[in-house]
Write a protein that binds this ligand. Structure first.
Ligand code: ADP
Ligand code: MG
Length: 264
């Protein structure tokens, strides 16, 4: 499902460099990615999704060489094949919970929004415990509730690849297990591949494989990162940078804002 080779990625601004000699994820595999804050887990997911492009190397996702697609093709590819739970959710504030969940259908003409889809959306919302909030604006939700909306949206179009960036990071233990089960069940039911970033080590045995990003990356020349590993801080201050980034390679949800005047 995913084949990365000789990848080198650098943000246009800043020092950070991600170097992945090789990574493969099989179709149908469930993988947990762990690693300290700032080590590049979110960046790696965005590269897998084609939200970011590497300066060197190849990213083949679902047999598509992502690096060879133009912007429009990559957006299309993402919406149709990938369900992404963004670390900062990327919900649209001016839409209700239901419309946020159905967003993939609003922005891609090839996905047909019919009754079955609406029923599926309602059913997933029920499973994660937000069924009573479907008509509310997403701004009027707690963090944990927003996170669950983001999970619903990632699942609704039954993608072949689920990329979940700390999808339980804002949830209490009960909801953490609920959301984990829903992600794993969805992957199993549809044969989808699941890559989840998590800081919760209790969840790791539930996955087919665990990838420690520090082992994956070529980090021999950066011993200072190993020290960060010691306190394993789950807070991720980089999000503010991402949202204000002038770079055109933003997550697709942020781009959609440009087409809609109602934001904020
Ligand atoms: P993680 O998800 O493991 O916490 P990230 O992939 O978000 O790490 O970030 C890896 C590094 O890249 C961090 O040092 C972060 O500050 C930096 N970074 C993240 N986003 C950007 C950006 N848009 N521009 C420049 N640097 C960034
Ligand atoms: Mg992150």
């Amino acid at each position: 499902m995913i084949a990365i080779s000789d990848l080198l990625f650098r943000y246009p601004e800043g020092e950070f460099e991600l170097n992945v000699p090789e990574l493969e994820v099989a179709a149908g595999e469930t993988v947990a990615v762990i690693g300290p804050s700032g080590s590049g887990k979110t960046t790696l997911l965005h590269l897998m999704a084609g939200i970011r492009l590497p300066q060197e190397g190849q990213v083949v996702t679902d047999e598509v060489e992502v690096t060879s697609l133009d912007d429009g093709e990559r957006r299309d590819f993402r919406i149709r094949r990938i369900g992404m739970v963004f670390q900062e959710f990327e919900l649209l504030e001016y839409l209700t919970v239901l419309d946020n969940i159905l967003l993939p259908y609003r922005i891609n003409g090839s996905l047909k929004l019919d009754r079955a889809v609406r029923e599926r959306a309602a059913s997933i919302a029920e499973q994660v415990g937000i069924a009573d909030k479907l008509n509310r604006l997403s701004t009027r939700l707690s963090h944990g509730e927003r996170q669950r909306v983001a999970v619903c949206r990632a699942l609704v179009a039954e993608p072949v690849l689920l990329l979940a960036d700390e999808p339980t990071g804002n949830l209490d233990p009960t909801n953490t297990l609920k959301v984990l089960d829903i992600l794993l069940d969805a992957a199993e039911a549809t044969g989808a591949t699941l890559v989840t970033v998590t800081h919760d080590h209790d969840l790791l045995p539930s996955f087919d494989r665990n990838i420690d990003i520090m082992e994956l990356l070529n980090i021999t020349e950066k011993p200072q990162i190993t020290q960060i590993n010691a306190d394993n801080d789950p807070d991720s201050p980089q999000i503010t940078q991402m949202n204000t980034d002038e770079d055109s390679e933003k997550p697709q949800i942020t781009q959609i804002n440009a087409d809609n005047e109602g934001e904020g």
